[in-house]
Design a protein around this ligand. Structure first.
Ligand SMILES: [Zn+2]
Length: 176
């Protein structure tokens, strides 16, 4: 009888552990809502499909601001529909094609917001080698390697928020 009770308690504990594991781990972040769509056959978005190239996209008023790895900024007016339907996560979206361990040339998407500072005003800055740095906490992230932390003075540093990407013809859709 005592053995049976012990077995039941053990099974409950195991179940609890399995549930908590399922809840706590995902490659993709659901912390901030993202919905964004662009035509990857058109510049400047086509650049994001080249190996090792990343661009950032964010909303500023009624404009879409696209920044390349050299820091060049382009502004495009957003349609009423796009302005209503698009959601840019915490601070905007980084899209691009990691050069490492990516044989299918898959497009990846990350949040432009620093996950350590976790505020919409703290945007990471990309450089031409695919390293992104937060100007505030100086944590560096590797865009070519899942947005993992390269260096940080903060003990609570974590990888960039990553979002699912789907392709439909020339359209790239980032959505969680
Ligand atoms: Zn930061």
């Amino acid at each position: 009888m005592r053995n049976r009770r012990f077995t039941v308690i053990l099974m409950c504990l195991l179940l609890l552990q399995t549930w908590s594991c399922d809840d706590s781990y995902s490659v993709f972040s659901n912390r901030y809502h993202v919905f964004y769509r662009c035509d990857a056959s058109q510049p400047p978005f086509n650049a994001a499909c080249s190996m090792g190239v990343f661009i950032s996209v964010r909303q500023s008023g009624q404009n879409l601001v696209v920044t390349d790895m050299d820091g060049h900024e382009s502004r495009y007016p957003m349609s009423e529909v796009d302005a209503r339907s698009f959601h840019f996560g915490l601070a905007g979206i980084v899209i691009g094609t990691p050069a490492l361990d990516n044989p299918d040339c898959a497009v990846y998407a990350f949040d432009l917001g620093c996950p350590v500072c976790d505020r919409s005003s703290k945007r990471i800055v990309l450089n031409s080698t695919g390293v992104a740095e937060c100007p505030d906490c100086h944590t560096t992230f590797d865009l070519n390697n899942n947005g993992f932390v390269l260096a940080s003075e903060r003990s609570d540093a974590r990888p960039l928020y990553r979002y699912p990407v789907s392709r439909s013809g020339s359209q790239i859709v980032v959505s969680n």
